[in-house]
Design a protein around this ligand. Structure first.
Ligand code: PMP
Length: 431
């Protein structure tokens, strides 16, 4: 425990009491844990208790907590300059990272990259760029999708509670299509038909600037977009002069076994957003896209004071190097394999697990009650029990009944197995 924390309060409970009086209610919290330090895939709280981190800071830590290469790169950058705004003077890490991402993003065409700070900001800017290029205003997103907490991205977000509750009205010109869901009987045909119905009844196709989709819905419950849907969206966009935006804030930076999840479907979006694990724990986001689309906004129309922070760029360059050197894309597939097998084994023994799904190391289980209905209460109890047993887990999904795993890809097999056994034991304790 650090001395400062030791001096100010001695327990999680005391710090939580201070948190309650100092921090607004709207800032939720999944666990009654006050962190002291972290290393790779483990966290220690202020009382010295150890936790395995299956949440990864919500998908931010693909390369682990305090990755030594990321720390070294940021330290080297700290020695030169910590901040300048790209709108004032240009700097090497921004340009170098843009060149890297342009080369890595799917699509056999010239690309450009805009750097920002948060995922929501990347989505907002992707829409701004799409509007500037197409000179159209409408955007189609998907039910149960999630795109951020700013006003426009909340408008795009399908799930209402708690994100949108009390914050409306939201910007107009946003329409929602159906996302396929095999278990609920919603097919790819249904999803495409829902877009055609929007064109017919709500917004003419030639008013639509962009369709935005998460290749795997994150907050919505780790719902994998079938490759056929992504291919048909590409064709539908091409036929109607609409841009396809892949929101890879949660799926990108190697989480699913390819650097961009949409690569699994062999589809090149016009614009793709990245954030979270891109900079290994530093706030940085990106929009990568077709050069002529990215160049559509007028001079000075894009940016922000902290957009593309030099520290974030240095961290992201180290993250990409680490992925290449340590073959982390392969590791992502292997982690996914190990977790999926372990969870399938659990599902075969437990009727409460109705589905095991995901892509690469983005893996989740859906929990149901004896009648087969979504069981958010059981999910909450498993999350709390796992935490008591030393595992940080998160839930997600429209009904809050999905346990999701976003563990650092740098975690050892042994640690992954230990985490799985805690989930298994938590079912026993709670059932
Ligand atoms: N898009 C997706 C797909 C996300 O998962 C998230 C964050 N969960 C966001 C956008 C928003 O990112 P941020 O919280 O960094 O604004």
């Amino acid at each position: 425990m650090s001395d400062a924390i030791a001096a100010s309060a001695s327990t999680n409970a005391a710090l939580m009491a201070r948190r309650a009086t100092a921090v607004p209610r709207g800032v939720g919290q999944a666990h009654h844990v006050f962190i002291d330090r972290a290393e790779n895939a483990e966290i220690w709280d202020v009382e010295g208790r150890r936790y395995i981190d299956f949440a990864g800071g919500i998908a931010v830590l693909n390369t682990g907590h305090r990755n030594p290469d990321v720390i070294a790169a940021v330290q080297a950058q700290l020695e030169r300059y910590t901040h300048t705004c790209f709108q004032v003077v240009a700097y090497e890490p921004y340009v170098a990272l843009a060149e890297k991402l342009n080369a890595m993003a799917p699509g056999d065409f010239a690309k450009k990259t805009l750097l920002l700070s948060t995922g929501a900001e990347a989505v907002e800017n992707a829409v701004k760029i799409a509007r500037a290029y197409t000179k159209r205003s409408a955007v189609i997103a998907f039910g149960s999708g999630y795109h951020g907490r700013t006003m426009f991205t909340l408008g795009l977000t399908g799930k209402v509670a708690p994100y949108k509750t009390g914050f409306g009205p939201f910007p107009g010109e946003i329409f929602h299509a159906r996302f396929p869901n095999e278990r609920a009987g919603v097919t790819v045909d249904d999803a495409i038909a829902s877009i055609e119905a929007l064109f017919k009844n709500d917004v003419e196709a030639d008013r639509v600037a962009a369709i935005i989709i998460e290749p795997v819905q994150g907050e919505g419950g780790f719902n994998v977009a079938p490759p056929e849907l992504l291919r048909r969206l590409r064709a539908l966009c091409d036929a109607n002069g609409i841009l396809l935006i892949a929101d890879e804030v949660q799926t990108g930076a190697g989480r699913t076994g390819t650097f961009f999840a949409i690569e699994h479907a062999g589809v090149a979006p016009d614009l793709v957003t990245l954030a979270k694990s891109l900079a290994g724990g530093f706030p940085l986001s990106a929009v990568v896209g077709r050069a002529e689309v990215m160049d559509a906004p007028g001079p000075g129309g894009l940016g922000g004071t902290y957009a593309g922070s030099p520290l974030g760029c240095a961290a992201a360059l180290a993250v990409i190097e680490t992925f290449e050197r340590d073959k982390l894309l392969q590791r992502s597939r292997d982690v996914g394999e190990l977790l999926t097998q372990g969870l399938r084994d659990m599902a075969s023994r437990r009727a409460q697990i109705a589905d095991v799904r995901g892509l690469g190391a983005m893996v989740a289980v859906e929990l149901v009650d004896a009648q087969g209905a979504p069981d958010a209460d059981l999910t909450r109890r498993i999350v709390a029990e796992a935490c008591r047993r030393g595992l940080i887990l998160l839930s997600c999904g429209t009904y809050g009944n999905v346990l999701r795993i976003l563990v650092p890809l740098t975690a050892s097999d042994e640690l992954l197995r230990e985490g799985l056994s805690i989930i298994d034991a938590s079912f026993d304790a709670v059932a």
